[in-house]
Design a protein around this ligand. Structure first.
Ligand code: CP3
Length: 342
């Protein structure tokens, strides 16, 4: 009776299979940012603990990772952590400010700043190993690991905080190409190591988030960003998902270095499938529609699923993270809809 819905239905391998291009009896579903603020049980657990401490307390991180699996019956458990956690473990002065995002003690801008930064290394993390170990042992669904892509990490580190156009990072890559190479090589190494640790601990799929790559030109993406995302993804020994937002100008390039292309909500999956033939796709319910009447959302889900049939396999997800204000029952309803109708 304590077994998950997934196991009862014999769907343990749906997500791992889909990530390898194998279409199972139905489309697997999970949600980016499923672990977190949309859940009252999350807010309760987090009451007296700041974000980064919660990520580094194994029992807490494991419990938060498992909450959405229990509540929604999703087919995968994305590890509760953050893209800046490997930086924190490496001793970088970084915090996550509620309502703001990652904030650094000192922005990384000059060649000397980058020399200081790159003296930090990530060897190992017993906390992460333990947290993922608990999840793998307790859950019947795969645990997804993740990391921030080098550019998205650099966009935060150069500005020292969230920014709109990531001008600092986009200027640095041209103003001082040698420093940019050192910064990006270091970021690829640290996020690659973070992926490795999660995989060694039992994560069976990993996703690289390049949330801010949409600010780049095609030329800059190809020459100044993609090589480093490749370096990070090459460290993974399990299927990889490469996700960006606003990246429709260079989907082919993003798809070239991962097993699955994660697609945001801006372009229908059948159009993407024509651009990257043979590539498994993940996505792309528009998060804005989570707040629409069910009939509207249902029609949208049907369209996403129909468009996803153009790909060899499809992992149903949102086109970006769950908005904090989302009614969790809507997510549960999506999961049961997918399980019933397919
Ligand atoms: O997907 C999941 O459920 C797993 C956990 C996860 C978090 N962050 C937890 C988190 C994942 C995969 C991330 C990745 C992440 N972190 C990204 C890439 C994905 C994306 O959304 O584009 C980025 C850009 C970050 C950096 C970051 N961390 C931001 C922008 C914020 C929000 C700041 C705010 O309060 O508005 C965070 C904090 C954060 N990371 C929270 C969670 C649950 C909120 C912390 C809280 O509860 O206050």
């Amino acid at each position: 009776a304590s077994r998950s819905t997934s196991s009862e239905n014999g769907h343990v391998h749906l997500l791992n299979d889909a990530a390898r291009g194998i279409r199972g009896e139905r489309v697997p579903v999970w949600f980016m940012r499923q672990a977190g603020r949309s859940l009252p049980e999350y807010r309760k657990l987090r009451e007296n603990t700041n974000m980064l401490d919660a990520c580094l307390t194994p029992e807490l991180a494991a419990e938060i990772t498992m909450q959405p699996v229990r509540r929604h019956g999703v087919d995968g458990a994305v590890f509760f952590s953050d893209i800046v956690i490997p930086l924190k473990i490496a001793g970088i002065d970084v915090d996550i400010k509620p309502g703001v995002g990652p904030v650094f003690g000192r922005p990384v801008q000059s060649a000397a700043d980058i020399t200081e930064l790159t003296s930090h290394t990530l060897e190992d993390s017993p906390e992460i190993r333990e947290a993922i170990g608990i999840c793998v042992q307790e859950l019947d669904v795969p645990v997804l690991g993740f990391g921030g892509a080098p550019f998205t990490l650099a966009a935060y580190m150069v500005e020292g905080r969230p920014s709109r156009d990531h001008l600092g990072a986009r200027a640095l890559m041209h103003a001082d190409p040698a420093s940019w190479d050192r910064l990006m090589t270091w970021a690829a190494d640290i996020t690659g190591r973070f992926l490795e640790i999660q995989i060694e601990a039992g994560a069976s799929v990993v996703q690289l988030f390049d949330s801010w790559a949409g600010s780049l030109s095609v030329a800059d993406y190809e020459s100044k960003v993609l090589p480093y995302s490749k370096l990070a993804l090459e460290r993974a020994t399990v299927p990889t998902i490469h996700f960006g937002t606003g990246t429709s100008l260079f989907l082919e390039q993003m798809a070239s270095c991962a097993d699955v292309l994660g697609v945001d909500y801006r372009m229908p999956l059948d159009e993407v499938a024509r651009r990257v033939p043979g590539k498994p796709l993940q996505g792309n319910i528009d998060p804005a529609l989570l707040a629409a009447p069910w009939s509207v959302l249902e029609e949208h889900i049907d369209a996403v699923l129909a468009a996803g049939r153009a790909a060899p396999s499809h992992i149903l997800n949102l086109g970006h993270g769950v908005p904090p204000t989302t009614d969790p029952d809507v997510l549960t309803r999506i999961v049961s809809y997918v399980k019933q109708t397919l």
